[in-house]
Design a protein around this ligand. Structure first.
Ligand SMILES: Cc1ncc(COP(=O)(O)O)c(C=O)c1O
Length: 436
């Protein structure tokens, strides 16, 4: 094998007595943040007061050269060219990261006073998950996951990394989250290290555990950790905040796991993508925590993550970071716009519930319990969901998604409320025509 870089050896030495160490993949072991151009440029930014000849970024009068046609698309006087055209600092805009962390704690009060890392900016949540997979999952490792999941996990964990998804049924017999199945799957993972990814509000089901279910999930993970197994839990919080029922857990599992047990390595993957309604910007975050982490452990993990970003995309979207930051700091309708999205989606959610309940006596499709997020799903009860998807598209001009052949996902977030009852009626009608 290629000899480890001295910086990687140093970081591995720091991490050796932390829970994260044993999860490192071969790539994770090799990774470090080079003291190369980026680090030297950062140092120069502070000290090179006379001439700063470090970065490959062409400047004039202290601002980057730029196309006026692009800059003029931004409103006069809001941004300096450097806020749009420069590289963002490694790890992301410091102010944005600090605000993201502050807001994370405000939205997850159980994080108050807990040691968590400063979120690192990534190129979207997909990138966050992919970075975590590269750093902490090795070929042949098992990644525990409920059997209704975002299909990109398969591409990332199985096809990119060569690991295996270890699935357990998402729902228990009462239509709640299958905590027992999760616990069994974690215990069944071979070896001393278990990895799990959990996504709530869930894509594709639209389900988030209730507060008591969330507690049971955390207790189950703590139980596995107490048995001596080390558990890495990646919380995919893509749809965080879209909770439409009172009894739904409103905090990320990360908030509870961050200091739950020395053997738990908690990672939060989240993004501005859906939380701030900026799908086309590519801005996500990674935040680390564990009960036993010291500042040095966190710093070493950050450096490995920065290295993994440096060798893939090098740096993440600067205009997007500036635009979000500006909305946070100077926005006049930030909260109102977010509230608007929330109330519109919640109203669609209610309309879908009503529409689905009309068909409660039909057995051709079974809706999964849903209470949050953008989606709801139907079990096709042994029939091929792809057949239904195609039929809906061809006969009814309705687009839906087939998930692994046995679930039809309906993204009600992208259909106006007036059409939802008709949409659901037609889904049932089409399934009836095919299979009754
Ligand atoms: C569950 C889940 N995780 C992650 C993502 C990726 O988000 P991003 O667009 O920020 O990469 C998505 C997007 O659809 C998702 O549904």
């Amino acid at each position: 094998m290629h000899k480890l870089n001295n910086l990687a050896i140093e970081l591995n030495g720091i991490l050796k007595d932390s829970v994260a160490y044993g999860f490192l993949s071969p790539m994770g072991q090799r990774m470090y943040f080079p003291k190369g151009i980026v680090a030297q440029s950062d140092e120069a930014k502070e000290k090179a007061k006379l001439y700063n000849a470090t970065t490959g970024l062409a400047t004039e009068k202290g601002e980057p050269f730029h196309l006026t046609d692009i800059f003029s698309a931004f409103r006069d006087g809001v941004f300096r060219p450097s806020q749009i055209f420069s590289y963002a600092p490694g790890g992301g805009d410091k102010e944005l990261r600090a605000i993201w962390q502050r807001e994370m704690i405000a939205k997850n009060p159980h994080l108050e006073g807990k040691k968590i890392s400063m979120p690192i900016v990534t190129a979207g949540l997909t990138h966050s998950i992919s970075l975590i997979a590269n750093l902490f999952v090795s070929p042949e490792d098992e990644v525990v996951c409920p059997d209704l999941y975002w299909d990109n996990y398969e591409l990332i964990f199985q096809d990119l990394i060569g690991a295996r998804m270890k699935l357990f049924p998402f729902y228990d017999e009462k239509g709640g989250f299958n905590t027992e199945g999760m616990k069994k799957a974690l215990y069944d993972v071979k070896g001393d290290y278990a990895r799990i990814i959990l996504n709530f509000p869930n894509n594709p089901t639209g389900y988030t555990p209730s507060a008591s279910e969330a507690k049971a999930i955390v207790d189950a993970i703590v139980e596995v950790a107490s048995s001596g197994k080390k558990v890495m839990v990646l919380s995919d919080d893509a749809y965080f905040g879209l909770f439409f029922e009172d009894d739904v857990e409103k905090e990320s599992l990360f908030a509870y796991l961050a200091d739950a047990h020395e053997n738990i390595f908690a990672i939060k993957g989240d993004a501005a993508t859906k939380e701030e309604m900026v799908w086309g910007f590519r801005i996500g975050f990674i935040t680390y925590a564990s009960k036993g982490f010291t500042d040095a452990h966190i710093d070493a993990l950050q450096k490995k993550t920065l290295g993994a970003i440096r060798c893939t995309v090098s740096n993440c979207d600067r205009p997007g970071q500036s635009l979000i930051l500006n909305a946070y700091k100077n926005g006049k309708s930030y909260l109102a716009d977010k509230e608007h999205l929330f109330s519109v989606i919640r109203s669609r959610y209610k309309a879908v519930h009503k529409a689905v309940s009309k068909h409660k006596d039909e057995t051709v499709l079974t809706p999964y319990s849903f209470n949050s997020g953008y989606f709801m799903g139907f079990s096709t009860n042994g029939h091929d969901a792809e057949e239904l998807r195609k039929y809906l598209l061809e006969k009814y001009s309705i687009g839906t998604i087939n998930i692994v052949g046995r679930t039809l996902r309906v993204a009600y977030c992208s259909v106006e409320e007036e059409g939802l009852e008709d949409l659901i009626d037609k889904v049932y009608q089409a399934a009836g025509e095919l299979w009754s």
